[in-house]
Design a protein. Sequence first.
Length: 102
Amino acid sequence: MPIVTFVSNEGDSLTVDAPSGGALADICDKNDAPVPFSCRSASCGTCRIVVLEGAEVLLPPEDEELEILDVFGNKPNQRLACCAKMKNGGGAVKVRPVADHE
């Protein structure tokens, strides 16, 4: 089972087990993860996260997500938590919300 570690911008962390193939947004909701959401439909970018470790545990971004990330400069290791999904199997991923200055 994959493991997700959410790191807040204040440095606090929360590590949870994630169901195989789970949507990161659902995992955030179930565990009160420190990731802000607004539209939940890949149109605002509020839920942008930085993947600190384990990007290979996430499925590749789809076109809709890539379009919004492009608006924000498509920076390396950034994803939208509303779109990111875990691959089936094991592994660990560590993420944090994008800071205001990023």
